[in-house]
Design a protein around this ligand. Structure first.
Ligand SMILES: Cc1cc2nc3c(=O)[nH]c(=O)nc-3n(C[C@H](O)[C@H](O)[C@H](O)COP(=O)(O)OP(=O)(O)OC[C@H]3O[C@@H](n4cnc5c(N)ncnc54)[C@H](O)[C@@H]3O)c2cc1C
Length: 384
């Protein structure tokens, strides 16, 4: 076991990694190209993930989860989806479970947990998280989707955009405005997608994450039981912010894994590609590019693990999680770019791993809190 692994991972984590790796290698990797071309993958994949216990990590036993699982299980799952699945879209879609359900685990009542979580954990239902709106992305406090209380229900009107799993979801954990302007008027409401008035207005086409389903959603006079309110009314903003911490660490792990895969691909190609009488690995410029790439990946990985470790132990590391996301994204961006360069024209061709990585990685500087927003969080500590 490499030294760094022994610090952050137990033997149980390693066994979990082996299980996930075998599963992704055997049951996902052979189909990824077809899923990317089709713009989605079969629902049966969720069932298989459910059977293997991959959708209940950290959730209570009472709902079929594995409460002993920690942030490193989520990072391992993410990493293996990228490195073995060779596809960011696969990771983005399956990991959406871990942004759509944690608010229900953390703030939902036992009754709500029983109603919403077991079917997701078994892979029968798909969960999504709906925060972003056409007029409010980074500025979460500016959302306008409104939920007005009427008897035992809320009447929801509004729109969401860029929602991962939006077309497949059975429910959307939705940020709604129940109070006044700003962050103090936001709540989280679970909206079942069979609610009359809910619709998917558009499945969105994208540069990358092509097998991941991304949708635009409309809520028109949706009558949602007040019993679906997660936590207290107007206290949703804090829950959304705390949910972001796990998401950002998962996205950081996705970036590091993408950089690692790009490095491996570049090493493999540079060893065999002949130019000017020898392999590319003979050329000092290429050797140094590879050395820089390896360094960037290693440093980013170590920092992400270090912050995940602090997060796991309950440290307040909001600033460092933002730093980890930016460090990992920047490293992956530069490493993947270098990997494409080393592949020459082939790196620009559809069908090469580095070409997909190049497209898939771009969103990691935008989704889950853009690079600039991470810097705002960091700057707030520097300049209170
Ligand atoms: C593929 C994909 C999947 C997604 N999945 C989901 C999902 O499942 N659920 C969900 O709710 N959302 C999802 N999102 C939305 C994502 O979180 C937002 O795109 C992101 O938060 C940025 O918001 P925006 O696109 O509205 O950009 P904007 O907020 O309009 O920002 C535009 C640019 O301005 C910059 N900017 C904004 N404010 C500032 C500031 N104060 N200072 C400096 N710069 C600033 C931003 O950094 C960015 O570069 C997804 C997005 C994508 C692309």
């Amino acid at each position: 076991m490499p030294a760094t692994d022994a610090i952050y991972f137990t033997s149980e984590h390693q066994a979990f990694r082996d299980t996930v790796r075998r599963f992704v290698r055997a049951e996902m990797a052979p189909h990824v190209d077809a899923w990317e071309a089709a713009g989605g993958f079969p629902r049966s994949l969720y069932r298989r993930c459910g059977e293997l216990g991959l959708l209940g990590l950290g959730h209570p036993e009472a709902v079929g989860g594995t409460p002993s699982a920690d942030i490193f299980h989520l990072l391992i799952f993410t990493e293996e989806l990228v490195t073995e699945g060779r596809c960011g879209g696969l990771a983005a879609t399956l990991m959406t479970t871990y942004i759509g359900t944690p608010p229900i685990r953390r703030m939902g009542t036992p009754e709500q947990q029983q109603r919403f979580l077991p079917k997701v954990i078994r892979g029968e239902w798909v969960a999504a998280l709906g925060i972003t709106e056409p007029d409010a992305g980074s500025d979460v406090a500016g959302i306008r989707t409104r939920a007005v209380r009427e008897g035992d229900d809320y009447i929801v009107n509004g729109a969401k955009v860029f929602i991962t799993c939006g077309t497949e979801a059975d429910f959307v954990t939705t940020a709604v405005r129940t109070g006044g302007e700003g962050h103090g008027g936001i709540s989280l409401l679970v909206v079942p997608t069979d609610t009359p008035g809910f619709s998917v207005t558009r499945k969105l086409d994208k540069m990358g994450w092509r097998c991941s389903d991304t949708a635009e959603l409309a809520y028109v006079d949706c009558r949602v039981p007040a019993a679906n309110l997660i936590g207290r009314e107007n206290e949703g903003f804090k829950a959304i912010m705390s949910n972001f911490q796990t998401e950002r660490l998962m996205l950081a792990a996705m970036a590091v894994a993408s950089g690692q895969l790009a490095l491996q691909e570049a090493l493999g190609y540079a060893r065999t590609r002949q130019a000017f009488g020898g392999p590319l690995t003979d050329k000092q410029v290429i050797r140094h590019m590879l050395a820089d790439m390896a360094t960037r990946v290693d440093v980013a990985r170590e920092y992400v693990y270090r912050i995940a470790y602090r997060f796991k132990h309950g440290d307040d590391c909001t600033t460092e999680v933002s730093m980890a996301k930016n460090v990992a994204y920047d490293a992956a961006r530069d490493v993947i770019d270098a990997a494409v360069q080393i592949h020459g024209g082939l790196g620009f061709m559809t069908g090469t791993v580095v070409e997909r990585l190049y497209r898939d990685n771009r969103v990691l500087g935008i989704g889950g809190g853009a690079r600039e927003i991470m810097n705002e969080i960091i700057a707030r500590r520097l300049l209170p």
